[in-house]
Design a protein around this ligand. Structure first.
Ligand code: HEM
Length: 151
Protein backbone atom coordinates (compact mmCIF):
# COMPACT_ATOMS: atom_id res chain seq x y z
CA UNK A 1 0.00 0.00 0.00
CA UNK A 2 2.83 2.43 0.87
CA UNK A 3 4.37 2.20 -2.61
CA UNK A 4 1.07 2.27 -4.46
CA UNK A 5 -0.35 5.28 -2.59
CA UNK A 6 2.94 7.17 -3.08
CA UNK A 7 3.00 6.46 -6.83
CA UNK A 8 -0.74 7.23 -7.09
CA UNK A 9 -0.32 10.60 -5.37
CA UNK A 10 2.85 11.52 -7.25
CA UNK A 11 1.13 10.82 -10.57
CA UNK A 12 -1.87 12.96 -9.58
CA UNK A 13 0.48 15.79 -8.55
CA UNK A 14 2.36 15.66 -11.87
CA UNK A 15 -0.86 15.62 -13.93
CA UNK A 16 -2.90 18.23 -12.01
CA UNK A 17 0.11 20.40 -11.06
CA UNK A 18 1.35 20.38 -14.66
CA UNK A 19 -2.06 21.52 -15.92
CA UNK A 20 -2.21 24.35 -13.37
CA UNK A 21 1.29 25.53 -14.31
CA UNK A 22 0.46 25.50 -18.04
CA UNK A 23 -2.96 27.12 -17.65
CA UNK A 24 -2.24 29.74 -15.00
CA UNK A 25 1.45 30.62 -15.48
CA UNK A 26 2.79 29.65 -18.89
CA UNK A 27 -0.32 30.63 -20.89
CA UNK A 28 -0.60 34.28 -19.72
CA UNK A 29 3.19 34.71 -19.96
CA UNK A 30 3.25 33.35 -23.53
CA UNK A 31 0.38 35.68 -24.54
CA UNK A 32 2.33 38.64 -23.16
CA UNK A 33 5.68 37.82 -24.73
CA UNK A 34 5.14 35.92 -27.99
CA UNK A 35 3.35 36.68 -31.27
CA UNK A 36 0.82 34.01 -32.43
CA UNK A 37 3.00 31.94 -34.83
CA UNK A 38 5.75 31.47 -32.28
CA UNK A 39 3.33 31.08 -29.37
CA UNK A 40 1.35 28.36 -31.17
CA UNK A 41 4.57 26.55 -32.11
CA UNK A 42 5.66 26.78 -28.45
CA UNK A 43 2.39 25.12 -27.32
CA UNK A 44 2.82 22.24 -29.75
CA UNK A 45 6.30 21.63 -28.31
CA UNK A 46 5.06 22.04 -24.70
CA UNK A 47 2.16 19.59 -25.22
CA UNK A 48 4.39 17.10 -27.05
CA UNK A 49 6.48 16.79 -23.88
CA UNK A 50 3.80 17.24 -21.22
CA UNK A 51 1.38 14.72 -22.77
CA UNK A 52 4.01 11.96 -22.46
CA UNK A 53 3.98 12.66 -18.70
CA UNK A 54 0.16 12.70 -18.67
CA UNK A 55 -0.14 9.31 -20.42
CA UNK A 56 2.36 7.86 -17.92
CA UNK A 57 0.55 9.45 -14.97
CA UNK A 58 -2.83 8.14 -16.12
CA UNK A 59 -1.44 4.61 -16.51
CA UNK A 60 0.11 4.72 -13.03
CA UNK A 61 -3.00 6.28 -11.41
CA UNK A 62 -5.23 3.55 -12.85
CA UNK A 63 -2.85 0.65 -12.07
CA UNK A 64 -2.17 1.75 -8.48
CA UNK A 65 -5.79 2.89 -7.91
CA UNK A 66 -7.31 -0.48 -8.90
CA UNK A 67 -4.51 -2.35 -7.15
CA UNK A 68 -5.28 -0.58 -3.84
CA UNK A 69 -9.03 -0.94 -4.42
CA UNK A 70 -8.91 -4.71 -4.92
CA UNK A 71 -6.04 -5.58 -2.56
CA UNK A 72 -6.79 -3.35 0.43
CA UNK A 73 -10.46 -2.45 0.22
CA UNK A 74 -11.77 -5.77 -1.10
CA UNK A 75 -13.19 -4.21 -4.28
CA UNK A 76 -15.96 -1.68 -4.82
CA UNK A 77 -18.20 -3.10 -2.08
CA UNK A 78 -15.60 -2.35 0.62
CA UNK A 79 -14.74 1.15 -0.62
CA UNK A 80 -16.01 4.37 0.93
CA UNK A 81 -17.91 7.06 -0.95
CA UNK A 82 -14.75 9.14 -1.40
CA UNK A 83 -13.26 6.28 -3.45
CA UNK A 84 -16.39 5.89 -5.59
CA UNK A 85 -16.39 9.64 -6.31
CA UNK A 86 -12.64 9.57 -7.10
CA UNK A 87 -13.17 6.61 -9.41
CA UNK A 88 -16.03 8.23 -11.38
CA UNK A 89 -14.47 11.70 -11.55
CA UNK A 90 -11.06 10.17 -12.40
CA UNK A 91 -12.54 8.48 -15.48
CA UNK A 92 -14.22 11.74 -16.54
CA UNK A 93 -10.77 13.38 -16.34
CA UNK A 94 -9.26 10.59 -18.44
CA UNK A 95 -11.97 10.94 -21.11
CA UNK A 96 -11.61 14.75 -21.21
CA UNK A 97 -7.83 14.32 -21.63
CA UNK A 98 -8.22 11.69 -24.38
CA UNK A 99 -10.65 13.98 -26.21
CA UNK A 100 -8.10 16.84 -25.99
CA UNK A 101 -5.32 14.55 -27.24
CA UNK A 102 -7.19 13.01 -30.17
CA UNK A 103 -9.20 16.04 -31.32
CA UNK A 104 -8.06 19.66 -30.69
CA UNK A 105 -4.38 18.75 -30.08
CA UNK A 106 -4.19 16.81 -33.36
CA UNK A 107 -5.87 19.68 -35.21
CA UNK A 108 -3.56 22.22 -33.52
CA UNK A 109 -0.47 20.30 -34.68
CA UNK A 110 -1.78 20.07 -38.23
CA UNK A 111 -2.84 23.74 -38.33
CA UNK A 112 0.62 24.84 -37.15
CA UNK A 113 2.31 22.70 -39.84
CA UNK A 114 0.18 24.26 -42.61
CA UNK A 115 0.56 27.69 -40.94
CA UNK A 116 -3.20 28.17 -40.50
CA UNK A 117 -2.78 30.25 -37.34
CA UNK A 118 -6.42 31.33 -36.86
CA UNK A 119 -7.44 27.64 -36.86
CA UNK A 120 -4.53 26.76 -34.57
CA UNK A 121 -5.57 29.55 -32.18
CA UNK A 122 -9.15 28.22 -32.12
CA UNK A 123 -7.89 24.72 -31.25
CA UNK A 124 -5.64 26.11 -28.50
CA UNK A 125 -8.67 27.90 -27.09
CA UNK A 126 -10.62 24.60 -27.00
CA UNK A 127 -7.69 22.95 -25.21
CA UNK A 128 -7.51 25.83 -22.71
CA UNK A 129 -11.19 25.40 -21.76
CA UNK A 130 -10.95 21.61 -21.46
CA UNK A 131 -7.75 21.81 -19.40
CA UNK A 132 -9.50 24.37 -17.18
CA UNK A 133 -12.33 21.87 -16.72
CA UNK A 134 -9.90 19.07 -15.84
CA UNK A 135 -8.13 21.33 -13.33
CA UNK A 136 -11.44 21.94 -11.55
CA UNK A 137 -12.35 18.24 -11.54
CA UNK A 138 -8.77 17.24 -10.55
CA UNK A 139 -8.66 19.65 -7.59
CA UNK A 140 -12.09 18.46 -6.44
CA UNK A 141 -10.97 14.82 -6.70
CA UNK A 142 -7.87 15.55 -4.62
CA UNK A 143 -9.98 17.28 -1.95
CA UNK A 144 -12.53 14.46 -1.86
CA UNK A 145 -9.85 11.72 -1.96
CA UNK A 146 -7.73 13.17 0.82
CA UNK A 147 -10.40 14.65 3.11
CA UNK A 148 -13.12 12.09 2.28
CA UNK A 149 -12.13 9.44 4.80
CA UNK A 150 -12.36 11.95 7.68
CA UNK A 151 -15.85 13.14 6.74
C1 HEM B 1 -9.79 6.44 -11.76
C2 HEM B 1 -9.41 5.52 -10.96
C3 HEM B 1 -8.93 5.72 -9.53
C4 HEM B 1 -9.00 4.74 -8.58
C5 HEM B 1 -9.53 3.32 -8.76
C6 HEM B 1 -8.44 5.30 -7.36
C7 HEM B 1 -8.31 4.59 -6.17
C8 HEM B 1 -7.76 5.10 -5.01
C9 HEM B 1 -7.68 4.39 -3.73
C10 HEM B 1 -8.19 2.98 -3.50
C11 HEM B 1 -7.08 5.22 -2.84
C12 HEM B 1 -6.81 4.95 -1.35
C13 HEM B 1 -7.93 5.61 -0.55
C14 HEM B 1 -7.75 5.63 0.95
O1 HEM B 1 -6.66 5.32 1.44
O2 HEM B 1 -8.76 5.96 1.66
C15 HEM B 1 -6.78 6.46 -3.52
C16 HEM B 1 -6.18 7.58 -2.94
C17 HEM B 1 -6.01 8.80 -3.54
N1 HEM B 1 -6.33 9.12 -4.85
FE1 HEM B 1 -7.20 7.87 -6.22
N2 HEM B 1 -8.06 6.59 -7.59
C18 HEM B 1 -8.34 6.90 -8.90
C19 HEM B 1 -8.12 8.13 -9.53
C20 HEM B 1 -7.57 9.26 -8.92
C21 HEM B 1 -7.35 10.53 -9.56
C22 HEM B 1 -7.66 10.83 -11.02
C23 HEM B 1 -6.81 11.37 -8.62
C24 HEM B 1 -6.38 12.83 -8.73
C25 HEM B 1 -6.40 13.54 -9.79
C26 HEM B 1 -6.69 10.64 -7.40
C27 HEM B 1 -6.18 11.16 -6.22
C28 HEM B 1 -6.02 10.45 -5.06
C29 HEM B 1 -5.48 11.00 -3.83
C30 HEM B 1 -5.00 12.46 -3.63
C31 HEM B 1 -5.46 9.96 -2.89
C32 HEM B 1 -4.88 10.05 -1.48
C33 HEM B 1 -5.90 10.01 -0.41
C34 HEM B 1 -5.16 9.92 0.93
O3 HEM B 1 -4.62 8.86 1.26
O4 HEM B 1 -5.13 10.92 1.65
N3 HEM B 1 -7.15 9.35 -7.62
N4 HEM B 1 -7.20 6.37 -4.83
Amino acid sequence: MSYSIAIHLLSAVIWVGGMIFAHNSLRPAAVQVLEPPLRLELWVQVFRRFFVLVWGSIALILITGYWMLFNYFGGFAGAGNHIHIMHGAGWIMVFVYMYVFFSPYRQLKHAVIVQDYPLAGAQLNRIRKLVGLNILIGMSVIIVASAGRYI
